[in-house]
Design a protein around this ligand. Structure first.
Ligand code: PLP
Length: 402
C-alpha cells in the first residue's frame, strides 16, 4: 500500500510500508525471520547478487519486515532511503564512520547526547579523525569553524539535557556549498514534529528506541538520508554486516501506526506539566522549546510542528540531597535511562559542556511526560516538590518502591 507525499503525516503513519496483498491480505507486514533465501536456479541466484538492500537476498540485508520500516521512515522524512541499526547510538556511530576517514574533520554540537560525544572522543579521535565542538547557537557562522578537511557537521536539535535549539537551515546554507554532510539527530521531535531533510540536512538519525517503538521494549536506530550519502551508509552497513532484527523492526512498525496519537498526548501532557511547574517557587527555569521563555522558542515555532514529552527543569538552587529526596518521593515517574515510552520518567541531569553555553545556578532534572493523566502527574510533582521547601523537608518521609 503506497501513500503519496501530499498526504498528512498521520495518513502516512497509517499506510506507509504496508503491503497486505503480499501477505494474503494481512493488514500488518509480519515478522519475516530469515537467513537463507532459496532461489529456483543458479541464474536467479546470480541475478540477485547485484542488489543488496531493498530486495530479499540474504537475511543480513533485511527481510520484508525491515524493508517495510525502511520504506515508512524514508517516506515520513522525505529521504532517498534509510538504513536500520541495532540501536540509536549504533546509527550515530555507523553514520559517522560511513562518512569519515582518517584525516577528516568533524564538527559536533556541544549540546549533543553524551554517548555521541563519548563515541567521537573515544573512537573517532583515536582513529585519526579530528573532532571539534561548536556552540549550538552558532548558526551560519559555523563556516568560521570549517577547515579544509571538514567533512561532516553533526547537530542535535533540541540538544540533550539543555534543549538548545539549532538553526538547521542556517547550518545547511553553510554546509551545502562545501559539500559538507549535515547530520541531524532528530530523536526528540520524530518525523511527525520536524523533518530535518526538508530543512536542508543530508542525514537524519532517530533512536527508534524512543517514540517510534514507543513502549520501552526494543532497541533500534534509523538513519534516513539523501543521495549520495544514503549509498555511503548502505555500503558501510553491508561491508560491516550491520543489521536490525526483524522482531525489533516489527515493534517499530507497530509503534509508528499510533505515533501521531501518542505524540499529541505526550505534547499535551508536557505542556500541562511545564506550565504548572513554571512559577512554582522550587523551579527556576523550564527547558522546553515549546515554552515561550525558551531561548530557542522562535526556531521551534519556525521549524517544528509540535513538541514531544521530554523536557528539563532547573530547580531553584538547593542541595543535591534535596534533589535526590524530590526524585525519590515521586511515585508516578520511574527512575531510569531512555524515554519515549508511554510512561513518565525522571532523572537528575548534569550536562557536559566544553565550550561554554547556558549556565545554570540550580540543579537540573529531566522529565518525560508519559501518557498518564496530567492531573495525576501534577499532584505527584506537587507533593514531591513540597519536600524542597525547607520548612517541610525534615518532617516528611519519601516514598520508595516504584
Ligand atoms: C537515546 C538517544 C540516542 C541513543 O539511542 P539508543 O537507541 O538508546 O542507542 C541518541 N540520541 C538521542 C538524542 C537520544 O536521546
Amino acid at each position: 500500500m503506497t501513500s503519496d507525499r501530499s498526504h498528512h503525516s498521520d495518513t502516512i503513519l497509517a499506510h506507509a510500508g504496508r503491503k497486505p496483498a503480499d501477505f494474503g491480505g494481512v493488514v500488518n507486514t509480519p515478522v519475516v525471520r530469515a537467513s537463507t533465501i532459496i532461489y529456483p536456479d543458479l541464474e536467479a541466484y546470480r541475478a540477485s547478487r547485484s542488489v543488496k538492500f531493498g530486495s530479499l537476498r540474504y537475511g543480513r540485508y533485511g527481510t520484508q519486515t525491515a524493508m517495510a520500516l525502511v520504506e515508512a521512515m524514508t517516506e515520513l522524512e522525505g529521504g532517498d532511503g534509510a538504513v536500520l541499526h541495532p540501536s540509536g547510538l549504533a546509527s550515530i556511530a555507523m553514520t559517522l564512520r560511513s562518512l569519515l576517514s582518517p584525516g577528516d574533520h568533524l564538527l559536533v554540537a556541544d549540546s549533543v547526547y553524551a554517548p555521541t560525544r563519548a563515541f567521537c572522543d573515544g573512537q573517532l579521535a583515536l582513529q585519526g579523525i579530528e573532532v571539534s565542538y561548536y556552540d549550538p547557537a552558532i548558526g551560519a557562522s559555523i563556516d568560521r569553524q570549517f577547515r579544509p578537511n571538514t567533512r561532516v557537521v553533526f547537530a542535535e536539535s533540541p540538544g540533550s539535557l539543555t534543549f538548545d535549539m539549532q538553526d538547521i537551515p542556517a547550518l545547511s546554507s553553510a554546509c551545502r556549498p562545501r559539500e559538507i554532510a549535515l547530520v541531524v539527530d532528530g530523536t526528540w521531535a520524530t518525523p511527525l514534529f520536524c523533518r530535518p531533510l526538508s530543512l536542508g540536512a543530508d542525514v537524519v538519525i532517530h533512536s527508534a528506541t524512543k517514540y517510534i517503538v514507543g513502549h520501552s521494549d526494543a532497541m533500534l536506530g534509523v538513519a534516513v538520508a539523501r543521495d549520495p550519502w544514503r549509498l555511503m551508509l548502505e555500503k558501510f552497513a553491508a561491508l560491516n554486516g550491520i543489521i536490525a532484527g526483524p522482531d525489533d523492526c516489527w515493534l517499530a512498525l507497530r509503534g509508528l501506526r499510533s505515533m501521531g496519537a501518542r505524540l499529541r498526548q505526550h505534547q499535551h501532557c508536557a505542556m500541562r506539566l511545564t506550565s504548572w511547574l513554571d512559577g512554582h517557587p522550587a523551579v527556576a527555569r523550564i527547558l522546553y522549546p515549546a515554552h515561550p521563555g525558551h531561548p530557542g522558542h522562535s526556531i521551534w515555532r519556525r521549524d517544528f510542528t509540535g513538541a514531544s514529552g521530554l523536557f528539563g527543569v532547573e530547580l531553584a538552587p538547593c542541595s543535591s540531597d534535596n534533589v535526590d529526596r524530590f526524585i525519590d518521593a515521586l511515585s508516578l515517574f520511574g527512575i531510569g535511562s531512555s524515554w519515549g515510552g508511554y510512561e513518565s520518567l525522571v532523572l537528575p541531569s548534569s550536562p557536559m559542556r566544553t565550550i561554554g553555553g547556558q549556565t545554570f545556578a540550580g540543579p537540573l532534572v529531566r522529565l518525560h511526560a508519559g501518557l498518564e493523566h496530567p492531573d495525576d502527574l501534577i499532584a505527584d510533582l506537587e507533593q514531591a516538590l513540597s519536600l524542597l521547601d525547607s520548612t517541610k523537608q525534615h518532617g516528611q518521609e519519601s516514598r520508595h518502591g516504584k
